[in-house]
Write a protein that binds this ligand. Structure first.
Ligand SMILES: [Fe+2]
Length: 183
């Protein structure tokens, strides 16, 4: 059930990503998908890993994403538009302004279940969850995310760091360590 739901979802995403107006079409598709919010959340919960690439081609990359409230993924860029739809819990986008040689915290944007947030191609964010338990989301990127050379950004001085999985994991932080998430 879960996998067939995701397979059908991927097919729809591919159609919309290849359409004339992918940004609008993908946002509408994600809003429509909330009519199956519980089933989508179950399907994301059933994935073996917290982040799973369901599909990628030149037009789109589709990921299932589960995050934890006590772990924060390091600041990074995508170099393409991303649409984030949350089916369970709350995902938190820790958004930064990026300037010449610096990174400055701008704001935190909570994306709650039943919401879609789109970030532009120049966005830089760190990611975590909020509340009880994991967040369960779909992230759709308007291009081939794994084929693009992109950067992580140092937590303290904002300098660019090559995006590798090794660097990514080394830069994970606990929520309690970050001023950006203190209330
Ligand atoms: Fe991201």
């Amino acid at each position: 059930m879960s996998q067939s739901l995701l397979n059908a979802f991927v097919k729809r995403v591919r159609d919309e990503a290849a359409s004339d107006k992918p940004t609008t079409a993908l946002r509408e598709l994600l809003k429509d998908s909330f009519s199956q919010r519980n089933s989508m959340a179950d399907a994301i919960a059933a994935q073996e890993e917290d982040e799973v690439l369901l599909f990628e081609d030149e037009t789109c990359s589709i990921w299932t994403c589960r995050y934890y409230p006590d772990i924060v993924l390091p600041p990074h860029e995508h170099r393409m538009t991303v649409h984030i739809a949350v089916y369970q819990g709350n995902e938190v986008e820790v958004l930064y302004h990026r300037g010449q040689g610096y990174l400055r915290h701008a704001q935190n944007r909570v994306v709650s279940e039943g919401e879609v947030l789109s970030l532009g191609s120049d966005a830089v964010h760190a990611v975590t969850a909020e509340g009880i338990g994991q967040s369960h989301a779909i992230h759709i990127y308007e291009g081939p995310l794994t084929k693009v050379k992109r950067s992580l950004f140092d937590w303290t001085n904002g300098s660019e760091i090559e995006f590798t999985m090794e660097n990514f994991h080394a830069m994970l932080r606990k929520r309690s360590e970050l001023d950006e998430l203190k209330v």
